[in-house]
Design a protein around this ligand. Sequence first.
Ligand code: FAD
Ligand code: 2HG
Ligand code: ZN
Length: 452
Amino acid sequence: MTLDVVDSLRSVVGAAHVLTDPSVTESYAVDWTGRFAGSTPAVVRPASTTEVAAVVEWCADNGVAVVPQGGNTGLVGGSVPLRREVVLSLRRLDAVSAVDSVTGQVTVAAGATIAAVQRAARGAGWEYGVDWGARDTATIGGSIATNAGGSKVARYGDTRAQVLGVEAVLGDGSVVSHLGGLVKDNTGYHLPSLLCGSEGTLGIVTGARLRLVPRVDERVVALLGFARVDDALAACGLLRRSLPSLEAVELMFDDGLALVCSSFGLSQPLPAPAAAYLLVECADRLDPSDALASAVAALRSTGAAVATEPGRRAELWRYREGHTEAINLLGPPHKLDVTLPPAALAAFVDSVGARVLTVDRRAQVWLFGHAADGNLHVNVTGVDPSDERIDSAVLDLVAEHRGSISAEHGIGTAKKQWLHLNRSAAEIAAMQSIKRALDPHGILNPNVLLPS
Ligand code: FAD
Ligand code: 2HG
Ligand code: ZN
């Protein structure tokens, strides 16, 4: 059976592009955190939409399940083969077409990285409005499949808000392509919206037409300390109201910042440590430093480090973006990426640590996130990576506060069993009907999102 799969896939994409050596396929079979790992008979690396369609059609005809994979930076175990599925890597489809400088749009292939799209946009006087720490590896296809968020959502929206059109291969091998880029186009179901956040269960995204935003080059970053967590959370609303140039408001706490400092040999950013920190970025055509300074003056901040020069701005961002890597150095974490209603955020921050400790006294709970969106990343280390009581404790608390159990990373395999906390039986049944319609053989990423 395995040999047939490999031989057949080789005849579609060429022998060099079907990887079977376990020492090579291993890295495609374990997720970024190290918490989710499996194995695969083959990693197939097509170079075009036609080849993707031929691979999927062959897999559909032969009942072979497929896990699509982009940069493999996903954080919910959705991009790895847990039950010997074939891995379909999109990384060779990495073309970025010329930016249409009139419409501010670009067509990109699924395997292009976020950084490649950002570079192309900037080169043409535009900007791609989505950004996060894994930009050099994460792909457009993966970001559409997860509806990735990142640090600029409050200003520009999530990935779904950037996607004007998609090209995708559905579960029977048919190709849907709608890349014309018309901003107003009410011609029936909006497949791009449906594919955004579908986590590879409805179709393999092979390309997308993306909206860009005007480039603004004058930037200022401030890292602010707060003696009380409540003061930091309250500051977030005030900054959003008073600064039209606000691009990001990111939240950190003293323990997480100290971990980043010790992991990467960084010095503390402020003269005196604080309980909570906000990393704030403003961007505009004219220098937004004065506007930010007057907004900050109205806050209960205990100290600030401010930077306008690109190198120094990046140094301040390192304190925030270093969290994921620093936490992973402690061993595979439980990652719970959640949203709380603004009124519930402070109470959740207060109680989540204690709730986790009732499950395992050894737990270390790390909190950080995108404060502008009420999006908190709860990471738990020091416990058994497979102890799902940890995930239950956090996600039940989120549901008690009427929050979302997935803000931006998706459900994947990690949160599949808690989907009912946010979705009714009728909603799940509707999703299953859509799945059956677009993937009639049930071969596309079968381990994620929906109950089996
Ligand atoms: P993969 O990890 O390869 O796949 C993710 C999911 O998409 C899987 O279910 C996979 O099957 C599916 N998929 C991949 N490609 C396709 C395709 N072409 N067609 C259909 N399905 C596909 N995420 C955020 O939202 N915000 C953040 O701030 C953020 N920060 C991060 C920081 C770090 C350091 C890391 C490691 C990750 C971070 N992430 C963040 C998570 C991750 O980068 C995103 O989920 C990203 O969108 C995944 O893209 P990828 O190409 O790596 O996809
Ligand atoms: C971030 O905001 C990412 O840095 C990763 O979404 C979150 O590591 C995490 O839990
Ligand atoms: Zn995030």
